[in-house]
Design a protein around this ligand. Structure first.
Ligand SMILES: *Cc1c(COP(=O)(O)O)cnc(C)c1O
Length: 449
């Protein structure tokens, strides 16, 4: 493929101009100079539009943004402003959502192994519901109700629907091999409903299933919805959540269902299963992925005769783990020449001490690519910054939101000093004893608010 980058992979407000590609009215070249690289750039208008599309498709009150895809204070606030609920999956995500001003009753709490601190924080915040994942978690909620005096909590039961790819029968026992949820096929889901109904510590508010992520075939999502809807109807519960999972295009030519397609398919499947109520969804990736892109600076170009060309950029697996983790694939382009043909084949690699530190295995790039070029990888708005690490002690990148010609720094770049923030000073002059006290109490950050 030697064609220019497809507009389908770019944020909605991407526009070509005299200074190359701009997003949100700000040239990417300017953002790279002003904020440094690597840099996550989000098109705020695109984020808001995706939120609105989801609400139009599923109805107000029926969309929870799965914050694990990308969370910071600004993102939590944006999703809340657009009328989405927030789905959090840890005490830390809950902390950020509350800090952003999202009211507890707009937050739903996930997690397959919530500890006491997380359950207490959720109860204290008055969350909309806790998605209960196991009998052990029920034990814990009942103990906290009895000993810590927490009020009965609304719970939604996570069900493992046993749905596998291409399986139109929707349920098969093999699909119950998951760490998440109460198995439908094993009878655990039915037992969980009975136990929640009897418990004084829980108020049963519905059932939930999430079949997977980056699903490009709406049939699979509909199959999952059908399975859990059938169960919900049989169990006589009032609430139905079908999770997230709608895929996005990372490369040109991939086609993905719209929110409207997803809603139509899921509604039809649930209706066929006898469901008459509302349906809640939890999109993550499909809200943020294409709204975001990463800017890198090219530092080295190594041409190995007869083998391949390596293009080294100033980030890598510490800001985009998906290629190493899931063989995730991306494209790249040069913001200075977004319409340039891309005849050069090269492996785009990061600066970590691993050969597996690959961002794009076989990227198409313009022939005149040179050291110090700004290089962009589109569709990095989900599970990029969220999975960022300090591997090799690289400071994590900054995040900017752009809109109407304005660039707003929403997460600052880490500094080398930040990398020392958690190190406990050793014995000697100036050793801070109170750091040790913090360690000794081992207080859960979620309970310390
Ligand atoms: C990860 C997750 C989501 C979001 O998945 P996406 O594929 O990002 O849409 C929604 N619900 C639950 C329970 C999840 O674990």
């Amino acid at each position: 493929m030697t064609t220019a980058i497809s507009p389908d992979l770019l944020p909605l407000t991407a526009e070509d101009g005299p200074s190359g590609l701009s997003v949100g009215g700000v040239p990417l070249a300017e953002l790279g100079r002003r904020f440094g690289t690597p840099l996550f750039v989000y098109d705020e208008e695109h984020l808001r539009q995706r939120c609105r599309e989801a609400i139009t498709a599923f109805g107000p009150g029926n969309v929870a943004y799965a914050s694990k895809a990308f969370l910071c204070t600004a993102m939590a606030r944006l999703a809340h402003e657009e009328g989405l609920l927030l789905d959090v999956a840890s005490g830390g995500e809950l902390r950020v959502a509350l800090h952003a001003g999202v009211p507890g009753d707009r937050i739903v709490v996930h997690g397959n192994n919530k500890d006491d601190g997380e359950l207490l924080a959720a109860a204290a915040a008055g969350v909309r519901h806790i998605v209960v994942d196991s009998f052990d978690e029920m034990d814990r909620i009942e103990r906290l109700h009895a000993t810590a005096g927490i009020a009965p909590v609304p719970v939604v039961l996570r069900v493992a629907p046993g749905v596998a790819a291409g399986d139109h029968e929707a349920i098969r026992t093999g699909g119950t091999d998951s760490k998440f949820g109460f198995g439908l096929a094993t009878g655990d889901a039915a037992a969980a409903v009975r136990r929640a109904r009897k418990s004084a510590a829980m108020v049963l508010a519905g059932v939930h299933a999430h079949v997977g992520s980056q699903v490009l075939d709406a049939t699979r999502l509909a199959d999952g919805a059908a399975a859990v809807a059938r169960f919900a109807v049989g169990a006589g519960v009032d609430g139905l959540t079908v999770g997230g999972g709608l895929g996005v295009a990372y490369e040109a030519g991939q086609t993905v269902p719209s929110f409207a397609d997803w809603a139509t398919r899921v509604r039809a499947a649930a209706r066929d299963a006898g469901w008459r109520g509302e349906i809640t969804v939890e999109p993550g990736r499909s809200v943020t992925a294409r709204a975001g892109l990463t800017l890198y600076r090219v530092g080295t170009i190594k041409r190995i005769k007869g083998i391949r060309t390596y293009v080294g950029v100033d980030g890598g697996m510490s800001d985009n783990l998906r290629p190493a983790l899931y063989a995730g694939r991306y494209e790249a382009f040069l913001p200075r020449a977004p319409h340039a043909p891309r005849p050069l084949r090269a492996r785009v690699v990061g600066k970590h001490c691993e050969s597996g530190d690959v961002i794009i295995d076989d990227a198409a790039l313009p022939a005149d690519l040179r050291v110090s070029d700004l290089l962009a990888t589109p569709v990095t708005g989900a599970y990029g910054y969220a999975m960022a690490s300090n591997y090799n002690k690289l400071p994590r990148p900054a995040v900017v939101f752009v809109r109407d010609g304005d660039a707003r720094l929403v997460v600052r770049r880490e500094t080398w000093d930040d990398l020392l923030r958690l190190d406990v000073p050793g014995p000697g002059p100036g050793a801070a004893g109170d750091h040790r006290a913090d360690l000794a109490t081992g207080r859960h950050p979620a309970t310390a608010q």
